[in-house]
Ligand binder design. Structure first.
Ligand code: GLN
Length: 545
């Protein structure tokens, strides 16, 4: 099923993870696209989870959702943002998927009585999946990022699959290793040894990298490039310098300083455009740098702390969506992470929220930190601070309204207290069985669904369309039994599913509040540098005022 002459670029990590392999892969895709090629970006995650939906966001970062509903690693979000296009589910591969397919096939006698083994069966299942992506999106080139680093045992099977593909078709397969070059404080000199060792380790799999992307605090100088080249059999001009940059969106343009895209294309025997089209991307980057006037947004969540460190990875798509809309409007967003539990303990006074131009409560699960979020939403409503609620942020907005405006004191969600009298947020019938059977993986309402917008509402004004399609990831819904009561009390359901059954957007009339709106979907998942999300843009526009 492999497409003839499809090109593959494998991106592998060395030295350590977390140095920007995902952004490097996305940037390669971005550059090749600027040369007029149709590009696929593929992520391989070596863990045994079948998808990323069951992982704790504090540990693993945000779960990204594709149109198809597949729950993936956050790198898929970067890929879509850098390519400005939707990616199909085949472009995300985990060890869990691979092993599950092999074991299911074995149980169905799919191997005709053979002894099923890692080599060849698991390896060939991986090759099949790598080759299958070539038929997606009419693509000509697939960039396949293998998660983790070359030293991880669990990556071995993916390396072996990539090696076999290269040995069968050396002209169509390239290897890029992304490594890290430390500059120890005591020395002040950039060291290449860890990179040399990582490349030797890759060699031990029978793979010789064609390109080395050297991540470091500073650019790699000629000496470092020559040293890596000499020690590792690589052409010095194929050692690409990737110093820290202000923003990840600078990375593609930075790669071009070393003429990276031309080198890749000529190694793949593809024609090089004399004038690749970087204009739109350059314009976006320039706009992001020019924005000076600050606007302050409070993001009230709970997945921030890991040990002594605070990470914002759990909300990466929300943060990027804010940036795209802010840059589009010529302002610079200043984000403040607030742990909602701090409103409950009194560590932070709720009136602190007065300082912000806008407040966002993003998606979330479970019971902790809920009352703090509800307090913040009430404050935003009563003090007319622009508020955007995303998924749980919309459900909690409905709960807050039911409690404090409708007077249903114990209004809540089944997720929070199944015994409460007023479950204004409840599960749909089809979800009940799944929960009873502990059937959690991949069973939420996931992926892109359409919604109809009501005329004369903020939502309609923002999207300028009758119907939209946005991505979802939730199990609970506004309880239809309360819709009329809520609407009579002034809450407007400005977006509903085409059948009219599910409430997708809730808002207050702009006559009552400048911007108080929540979405059952996640508009942040389709916000792109070159196509900001209209709701985020409207929210920021009002926040600026
Ligand atoms: N926990 C809520 C639900 O399952 C909201 C989910 C979310 O915010 N993504 O419906």
């Amino acid at each position: 099923m492999a497409k003839k002459n499809h090109k593959y670029i494998f991106v592998i990590g060395g030295v350590m993870s977390g140095v920007g392999k995902g952004v490097a892969s996305a940037s390669i895709g971005n550059l090749l696209q600027a040369h007029g090629y149709k590009v696929n970006l593929v992520k391989v995650d070596p863990y045994l989870n079948v998808d990323a939906g069951t992982m704790n966001p504090t540990e693993h970062g945000e779960t990204f959702v594709l149109n198809s509903g597949l729950e993936t690693d956050q790198d898929m979000g970067n890929y879509e943002r850098f390519l400005n296009k939707d990616l199909p589910p085949e472009n995300y591969i985990t060890s869990g998927m691979v092993y599950k397919a092999v074991i299911d096939k074995e149980r169905n006698l799919g191997y005709d009585g053979a002894c099923v083994e890692a080599i060849p069966h698991v390896r060939d299942e991986i090759i099949h999946r790598f080759e299958r992506v070539s038929t997606n999106n009419e693509s000509q080139i697939s960039v396949i990022e293998i998660g983790g680093t070359v030293g991880d045992f669990q990556n071995a099977m993916f390396m072996e699959a990539a090696r076999v593909m290269h040995s069968k078709n050396p002209d169509n397969v390239l290897f890029v290793i992304v490594t890290y070059l430390p500059i120890p404080g005591t020395l002040g000199e950039m060291k290449t040894k860890p990179t040399q060792n990582a490349i030797r380790q890759l060699n031990s799999f029978g793979i010789q990298p064609d390109f080395v992307i050297g991540r470091s605090v500073r650019p790699l100088d000629k000496r470092r490039k020559e040293k890596i080249a000499m020690q590792c059999n690589i052409r010095p001009e194929f050692v690409i310098s990737a110093p820290n940059v202000e923003s990840i969106y600078d990375v593609p343009l930075n790669f071009e300083k070393d003429s990276f895209s031309k080198a890749i294309l000529s190694e793949l025997h593809l024609s090089v455009k004399r004038n690749p089209d970087f204009r739109d991307w350059e314009k976006f980057v320039a706009k992001s740098k020019k924005a000076k006037k600050e606007i302050t947004i409070a993001l009230i969540g709970k997945y921030f702390d890991t040990g002594d460190f605070v990470l914002s990875d759990a909300y990466i798509s929300v943060i990027e969506a804010i940036k795209f809309s802010a840059y589009y409007l010529g302002v610079k967003p200043k984000l403040k992470w607030i742990n909602s539990k701090d409103f409950e303990s009194g560590k932070i006074k709720i009136s602190e929220l007065k300082k912000y131009d806008g407040i966002i409560v993003p998606g979330g699960f479970g019971t902790s930190g809920i009352e703090g979020k509800i307090k913040a939403i009430r404050y935003a409503r009563e003090n007319k601070i622009p508020y955007l609620g995303l998924c749980y942020g919309m459900q909690l907005m409905v709960i807050e309204y039911a409690r404090n405006v409708l007077g249903l004191k114990d209004a809540t969600s089944r997720e929070i207290n199944p015994n409460a009298e007023h479950l204004v947020i409840d599960v749909m019938e089809d979800q009940k069985k799944k929960l009873e059977n502990k059937n959690y993986g991949g069973t939420m309402r996931l992926g892109a669904y359409r919604a109809k917008l009501k005329p004369g509402t903020i939502a309609k004004k923002a999207y300028k369309r009758e119907e939209i399609s946005e991505r979802h990831r939730h199990r609970y819904e506004v309880n239809p039994k309360y819709v009329d009561k809520l609407q009579n009390a002034g809450l407007v359901f400005s977006g509903v599913s085409p059948s009219g059954e599910l409430m997708e957007i809730a808002e207050l009339s702009p006559k009552t509040h400048p911007f108080f709106l929540g979405t059952q979907f996640h508009p942040e998942l389709q916000a792109r540098p070159l196509a900001p999300n209209p709701l985020f843009t409207e929210f920021i526009r009002v926040a600026i005022k």
